[in-house]
Design a binder for this molecule. Sequence first.
Ligand SMILES: [Zn+2]
Length: 241
Amino acid sequence: MSDLIEKLRGLQQVDGEIYQLRRQQESKPLELQEAMARVASQEAKVKAAEAHLKSLQLAQKDKEGELQTREGNVKKLQGQLFQLKTNKEYSTMQHEIDTLKADSSLIEEVILKFFDEIETATKARQQEQQALASIQQEFQVEEKRVKADLAVIQERVGQLQSSRTSALEGIPKPALETYERILNSRYTNGVAMAPLIKESCGGCHRRMPPQVLNEVLIKAKLVICENCNRILYADDEKPTV
Ligand SMILES: [Zn+2]
């Protein structure tokens, strides 16, 4: 029995490490979440900068269209000017033409202003795009690091799995089944074995009744902590380091 406990402890050492590594395998990709969020937020900024630029370009185009229409009207009226008979008609139309021209020069000013705004918006978009490129690069570096870490973990898991095969040798099937059931329970965090520490379970710190302590020391059978369900073993079996 004491031999079995030793074997199970050896197995536990391997399984404990595998358990921790599996958890790392699950949590590692989460380390990318922050970098991914930074990329997404910068992508949104690029999109906003693009939309702003586009709206300015469209507004400018509108004004250019408006200007063209007015200039066309001016030409049309100027063409008609010479067909007029009276001075009054002439001066009325001339006034109309002047008003249209004055409006046109206001529109030209607006269009020029748009040129400045478009230049600024183009620069802003470029800056956001550059920021995105560098954030994407940071993400790729992070991703590479995580992948490298995962490869190291996977290699270690592979080594441990072959260690496990040899650690299994000589453990009777019923004891192994009990052990694995405890190990794989989601309440044990990959720890199926608990030493007695003084008179308490080293897994859950619950004080054990004398009968249980006795059974653990006698080593006639596997003794399980009634509180945390772990297999108890006597602390004096701990190898001295
Ligand atoms: Zn316990």
